[in-house]
Design a protein around this ligand. Structure first.
Ligand SMILES: [Zn+2]
Length: 329
């Protein structure tokens, strides 16, 4: 067992229970709270809180105990929202873990920082708390996408992505907190990330390579698991039967290859997000596709109760425990 920071304080890793590995209460971009028309009125803020509480209550009914929110500040993290959702815990009962870290377009504010300065900043958000909110980050988010292809000159996005990844690895080792990565799976970006983490001496069991069900390349996916990492099958956007089958087949493939203990599930869903326009239609069921559609599909195609427990509970818990073990050494 180890301790996991949630928005209501630390819990035992054993109490995470069934966990969605990659979600967002809200998301958009850093500073969006100052953009007129988005969330600058009390009415809209109340609407955002209500939606998140409703979505959490809905997913709790589907048997989920914990949700990991992977929204660092530059993706629009809102500490007032976490505080409001924590205050209404009795209405939903879900543990929420929030993140430090960085999204895919490294903000220019970091350009002059060293790896160790990045690590110190992430470490502060984990050990002291975020923006004076009293809430501590429980996980480090790191995102590598298309921008990783741009590797020309000292201001190339790749240079900054590598620096942030080294900073994340050092903060993970110092604090005993896992790293969860947004990756462009079709570019197999989990591989260079694991190489880099390995060169920093990170225990790869503390790493989740996310958005991995955006590819069906099983050789790539099993290569990540063979190195000790957890494979995040954390994109799930539709209840359409053909979609459910295509996505669930990837999870079944990893289960059949013997990697259920290193595979975790989620949606990359946002209950009250601002990627694109504000959606006036309420979506309280944004986080229920995995428990209500993918899990039943897996069961009906041969996955056992033990497999489902591994996918939803043990895999993600193990990343927290491996990370904690690193900090104790
Ligand atoms: Zn995401």
């Amino acid at each position: 067992m180890s301790q996991v920071n949630t928005i209501r304080g630390p819990i035992d890793s054993a109490d995470l229970g069934r966990t969605l590995s990659h979600e967002h209460l809200t998301n958009g971009s850093g500073g969006m709270e100052h953009t007129p028309g988005l969330m600058d009125t009390p009415t809209r803020r109340q609407e955002i809180v209500d939606r998140c509480v409703e979505a959490l209550a809905r997913v709790r009914q589907s048997g989920i105990d914990s949700v990991i929110d992977l929204t660092p500040f530059d993706l629009g993290r809102q500490m007032w929202l976490f505080q409001a959702v924590a205050a209404r815990h009795a209405e939903h009962g879900v543990n929420v873990v929030c993140a430090t870290g960085v999204y895919r377009w490294v903000p220019s504010v970091y350009f002059g920082w060293t790896e160790d300065e990045v690590a110190a900043h992430f470490t502060r958000e984990i050990t002291e708390g975020i923006e004076g909110s009293g809430i501590k980050a429980g996980i480090i988010k790191l995102a590598w996408d298309l921008e990783a292809r741009l590797d020309e000159g000292r201001f190339a996005p790749r240079v900054h992505l590598e620096k942030m990844a080294r900073g994340a690895a050092r903060a993970a080792k110092a604090t005993g907190v896992p790293i969860s990565c947004h990756t462009l799976a079709t570019d197999a970006l989990g591989t260079p990330l694991l190489d880099l983490f390995e060169s920093e001496g990170l225990d790869l069991r503390a790493v989740t390579i996310g958005h991995s069900n955006d590819t069906t390349d099983m050789a790539y996916l099993t290569s990540l698991a063979k190195r000790g990492a957890t494979v995040g099958l954390d994109r799930f956007f539709s209840p359409d039967p053909a979609y459910v089958e295509a996505r669930s087949q990837i999870a079944l493939g990893l289960v059949q290859a013997g990697y259920a203990e290193q595979t975790c599930l989620g949606h990359d869903g946002s209950a009250a997000g601002f990627w694109g326009r504000w959606n006036p239609d309420r979506r309280p069921d944004v986080w229920t596709l995995v428990p209500d559609h993918e899990v039943p599909w897996l069961r009906s195609h041969g996955a056992s109760d033990a497999n489902i427990d591994a996918l939803l509970s043990r895999s993600i818990r193990a990343t927290f425990e491996a990370a904690a073990g690193m900090a104790r050494r």
